[in-house]
Design a protein around this ligand. Structure first.
Ligand code: ADP
Length: 312
């Protein structure tokens, strides 16, 4: 059990830096009010250390960007989990990170978000080491959509902007919900954006279905409008039509952005511009789906096993 003080550090850090779809204030009351959500983030990121958000640095600005991993290694204590990675990610391209559990996919994303610094090598964003940037400014460029879409007890509006204080333009919120495929449902809500949402039974509140909650979660990425989008495995217990609609919405959220998909399900990633198969913290294979199938290596093996399972 973590002490309250530890929890406070973790939550304030998670909220103000990591979950860049949020713009929560630093007030602890507000943080604890949203405890469920923070718990959920902590589970996903399994976070231990922090790069302080208020570290001074440059603003990355808004020019054309690329991200480059230069001989990047990372160790948790003595255990090396990423080893001498060299990769270049280009603006507007989609990347699929695949590999078995423990291969290093999440750690790579944590480094990209600068939740940790590499223990070897460096990461450059728009040509500069990301350590030169202000973490707060840098992280504004990244949005994350988690696989386990969580709603929290607040208004629909707050569930989109993930903020309980600031004023936000309603037309932008509505546009984001529409893009995510939530437009029709929105029309049916008597109180519109002010509808109270809950995950538990409450007569005054609205319980959205799993698919509807997922759409709201995706609308956060539209609203945030960052240039890097990280999508954690978009799998769910949705029926095929809802899943198809959801994938369409995610595709459209991703348009023009540099997108990283993390998934075990290869079928959702075959259209990525580049598939990177990680194994024990190293790149085992990379290329397009067609290239990797032609290579008939590990990716092809995984693909045929999964394809067989679907056919079965
Ligand atoms: P993936 O996302 O591909 O499943 P991870 O990046 O989560 O892989 O993990 C890579 C390796 O790092 C695994 O061996 C995992 O056990 C280890 N690891 C992950 N997080 C921590 C941590 N906080 N402390 C120590 N080891 C960790």
């Amino acid at each position: 059990m973590k002490s309250l003080a530890q929890l406070a550090v973790i939550t304030s850090m998670m909220v103000s830096t990591t979950w860049i779809l949020i713009g929560f204030t630093d007030s602890l009351t507000s943080l604890f009010k949203n405890g469920l959500f923070i718990e959920y983030l902590r589970t996903f990121l399994d976070y231990e250390e922090k790069i302080p958000e208020d570290t001074e640095g440059l603003d990355p600005g808004t020019q054309i960007r690329s991200i480059e991993f230069k001989d990047v290694s990372f160790s948790y204590k003595d255990k090396e989990v990423l080893s001498h990675l060299n990769m270049e990610f280009r603006e507007g391209c989609t990347y699929a990170l695949v590999g078995h559990n423990g291969a290093g996919k999440t750690t790579l994303i944590k480094l990209l978000m600068r939740l940790y610094d590499p223990t070897g090598g460096s990461i450059a964003y728009h040509g500069k080491d990301i350590r030169e940037y202000s973490p707060a400014e840098y992280r504004k460029h990244i949005a994350v959509v988690f696989q386990d879409y969580q709603m929290y007890g607040a208004s629909l509006k707050e569930n989109v902007v993930m903020d309980d204080g600031e004023t936000h333009p309603e037309d932008r919120i509505i546009a984001a919900l529409k893009k995510a495929g939530f437009g029709e449902r929105l029309k049916t809500l008597e109180k519109g954006l002010d509808s109270q949402v809950t995950t538990e039974f409450d007569r005054e509140c609205i319980n959205f279905s799993g698919g509807e909650s997922q759409k709201v979660a995706i609308s956060r990425a539209f609203y945030k409008d960052s240039d890097i989008l990280i999508m954690d495995e978009p799998s769910s217990a949705l029926d095929p039509i809802a899943e198809y609609e959801l994938n369409k919405a995610m595709e459209s959220a991703a348009k023009g952005k540099t997108v990283f998909y993390i998934s075990h399900r290869l079928s959702t990633m075959r259209d990525a511009d580049r598939i990177i198969l990680l194994e024990n913290g190293r790149i085992a294979e990379e290329g397009t789906h067609a290239e990797l199938l032609a290579k008939n290596g590990k990716y092809a093996g995984m693909w045929y096993v999964q394809a067989g399972r679907y056919e079965g």
